[in-house]
Ligand binder design. Structure first.
Ligand code: GLU
Length: 305
């Protein structure tokens, strides 16, 4: 008899744990450096409203850059196409926190998912709002999308990054020097660090991702055009300079975070959240990527058929 998706997820959890090559946790944010890499959870939210899980799917983790998807959704809802005057839509082929291209391209970041681009998105979120209001907007979007009020910001992680996030501070000041940051750099980085410090479980993240996947059971928060655009950016830029490799191996739009989280989208079919905090050389979850690859093989959910 064919294996069900639920059986597959349980087998996947067991097989990945047996492998043991977890990768290493992000150590440049002190609060994340203390996390045990040998952890794994997965949740798959389906169009009919079911959420299937395996492993540590109820363990909260720091979503970090996965939050960039939700911040982008808020800003596109607010200012739409105007954002593209300030940020590009091309893969960077560079590290997530690289400053190199910013000089060559005169302060217009390549895309909204590298840190420089995400800082511009956060700057837009801050326009006409205090940092607290901007954070309330992003957190409100995530809670509404997940239909779960029990989603919060981990203050210790935000403070840990505020103390040590000198590269992001440098990027913000550099953007400001090109006139591509309207708000004070420390307001922008402070808001960004708190947004990245949103803590969610795989179940909560998979449920929030339903709006990005355009599932019929999802709350109507995003137009189909915005969904398509966000999905295109996730496919081309969602894993930084590992995006090509991810598209090759998995074939689904996804966004990674250095907390080891991964939101993977099978448009119209499923929203998948995976968490395993050990990272590969690109800063993407090592087991998370392998799990997404195996899931794509099992389900045939690659957008490339
Ligand atoms: N807060 C992290 C940073 O800016 C996010 C990076 C990531 O998750 O890729 O360094």
């Amino acid at each position: 008899m064919a294996r069900t998706l639920s059986q597959f997820l349980n087998d996947l959890d067991r097989d990945l744990r047996a492998r043991g090559d977890w990768g290493s946790v992000a150590d440049y944010i002190p609060e994340l450096a203390r996390i045990d890499p040998a952890q794994f959870g997965i949740a798959v939210a389906l169009a009919d409203g079911q959420v299937l899980t395996a492993g540590q799917a109820d363990q909260p983790f720091s979503i970090q850059s996965v939050s960039k998807v939700f911040a982008l959704a808020c800003v596109l809802g607010r200012i739409g196409e105007q954002l593209w005057l300030r940020v590009g839509r091309e893969p960077s082929g560079d590290r997530f926190d690289s400053i190199l291209l910013l000089e060559q391209e005169k302060g217009r970041p390549r895309n909204p998912f590298i840190n420089a681009g995400a800082l511009v998105v956060t700057d837009e979120l801050l326009t006409g709002r205090s940092p607290r209001q901007a954070l309330t907007e992003v957190l409100g979007f995530v809670r509404q999308a997940a239909e779960d009020e029990n989603i919060h910001i981990d203050k210790a992680v935000a403070e840990s990054e505020t103390r040590t996030g000198h590269r992001n501070a440098a990027l913000a000041h550099y953007l400001r020097s090109f006139g591509n940051l309207q708000n004070p750099p420390d307001h922008v980085t402070g808001t960004y660090f708190h947004q990245c410090a949103i803590e969610m479980t795989c179940v909560q993240l998979a449920r929030a991702g339903r709006v990005i996947a355009g599932l019929s059971c999802a709350p109507a928060l995003l137009s189909p055009v915005k969904q398509r655009r966000i999905n295109a950016l996730m496919m081309t830029c969602g894993q930084y300079d590992g995006s090509g490799n991810f598209a090759f191996r998995v074939g689904m739009p996804a966004k990674s975070g250095v907390g080891g989280g991964l939101l993977v989208v099978a448009p119209g079919r499923a929203s998948i959240a995976i968490w395993s905090p050990g990272l590969d050389g690109w800063g993407n979850s090592r087991m998370g990527t392998l799990a997404a690859e195996k899931l794509a093989e099992f389900t045939g959910w690659s957008v490339f058929g």
